[in-house]
Write a protein that binds this ligand. Structure first.
Ligand SMILES: Cc1cc2nc3c(=O)[nH]c(=O)nc-3n(C[C@H](O)[C@H](O)[C@H](O)COP(=O)(O)O)c2cc1C
Length: 184
């Protein structure tokens, strides 16, 4: 059994939901999982982890600041441990090239090249946004590929949960036997 840490950076909460879903899949496979919001985490968030799945949402073309800080401070540990990144954005829904660019820029900024990367579609949570954010997001949604919703009286969740499950299971399959995985 491995202890899998799933630290994440979120603003509106969709990345938290994905991290908790990943944690559930990990537990179903007999491992320990701990999903931690980096806003509430201490310095030692990676202590005792056998593997790390890091999650981050995208705002204004950037990964979450707490995630960047964690990577910069813990790059050596992330390079030593089996580790993966999942990046949550609207671009992942209709403009994969843009979503890939966010990750490439993050890798350049932090110097960390995760061995596994997943791009997950996030959500448009119009009913949770304040007035200005709601109207800004509607305007952005209109101009983006991917047929994003523009009815601000409701929310749109684009995350494909089967893909999240596959990513978590592929990560577990890739763990070496001594960290509890099934293959090298
Ligand atoms: C103010 C704001 C800015 C955003 N900027 C981008 C962006 O530049 N590119 C993108 O693909 N998605 C962008 N998004 C969409 C978010 O990535 C998406 O809503 C995601 O689900 C947010 O994750 P979170 O709920 O974990 O914070 C933005 C969303 C908001 C509210």
């Amino acid at each position: 059994m491995s202890r899998i840490c799933i630290p994440y950076g979120t603003t509106e909460g969709q990345t938290a939901k994905i991290a908790e879903y990943v944690a559930d899949v990990v537990r179903e496979h007999g491992h320990e999982a701990r999903a931690v919001d980096l806003k509430d985490a201490g310095e030692d968030v990676l202590a005792g982890c056998d593997a790390v799945i890091l999650g981050s949402s995208i705002h204004m073309g950037k990964h979450d600041k707490h995630v960047g800080d964690l990577v910069r401070k813990n790059r050596a540990a992330l390079e030593r441990l089996p580790s993966a990144l999942f990046s949550v954005s609207l671009a992942a829904h209709g403009d994969t090239h843009e979503a890939e660019t966010y990750v490439e820029e993050f890798e350049e900024e932090t110097g960390w090249r995760p061995s596994m990367v997943a791009l997950f579609s996030g959500a448009l949570l119009y009913t949770q946004y304040g007035f200005l954010k709601r109207h800004m997001m509607k305007r952005i949604a209109r101009g983006k590929p991917g047929d994003l919703g523009t009815d601000t009286s409701r929310d749109y969740v684009y995350t494909e949960w089967d893909g999240v499950r596959r990513f978590a299971e592929d990560f577990l399959d890739g763990l070496a036997p001594d960290t509890g995985g099934t293959q090298q």
